[in-house]
Design a protein around this ligand. Structure first.
Ligand code: HEC
Length: 105
């Protein structure tokens, strides 16, 4: 095999997984949204927001505001612990919640 191909292969193997970790993942967001283990009340986000109920107006908020709201629901509605606003989990939840957005920001 020629050296350029090998170098390219190594580059792709190192860059692709890093990107997969960085990008907010909708499937992780969905999993978290439906997980009852995030809190202590046996509820998930989806218990109160099934099919995005009550989330159509999320376009009124910027990302930071939404993360604060998500944390407020986590703490008060689920009885769970706050999630760091720059964590992969928070960004995944944010991306998932934005899916239900009906209005423009
Ligand atoms: C016990 C019910 C309940 C649970 C569980 C819950 N929420 Fe909420 N959520 C609410 C209520 C009530 C509001 C306020 C709705 C309003 O003011 O119109 C709200 C508002 C929101 C909003 C703002 C929407 C808007 O347009 O005002 C977001 C985003 C949100 N919740 C996300 C989440 C996420 C993510 C979870 C899981 C971590 C979650 N919620 C769990 C009841 C809940």
């Amino acid at each position: 095999m020629n050296k350029t191909l090998i170098a390219l292969g190594i580059l792709i193997m190192t860059v692709l997984p890093a990107q997969a970790i960085e990008a907010p993942s909708l499937s992780l967001g969905k999993t978290l949204f439906e997980a009852t283990l995030l809190g202590t009340k046996g509820k998930s986000c989806a218990s109160c927001h099934p099919q995005g109920k009550g989330l159509a107006m999320v376009g009124d908020f910027n990302d930071l505001e939404l993360k604060d709201i998500i944390n407020a629901c986590l703490r008060d509605a689920l009885g769970g612990a706050l999630i760091s606003t720059d964590s992969q989990e928070m960004n995944a939840l944010l991306a998932y919640v934005r899916k239900f957005q009906k209005n423009q920001q």
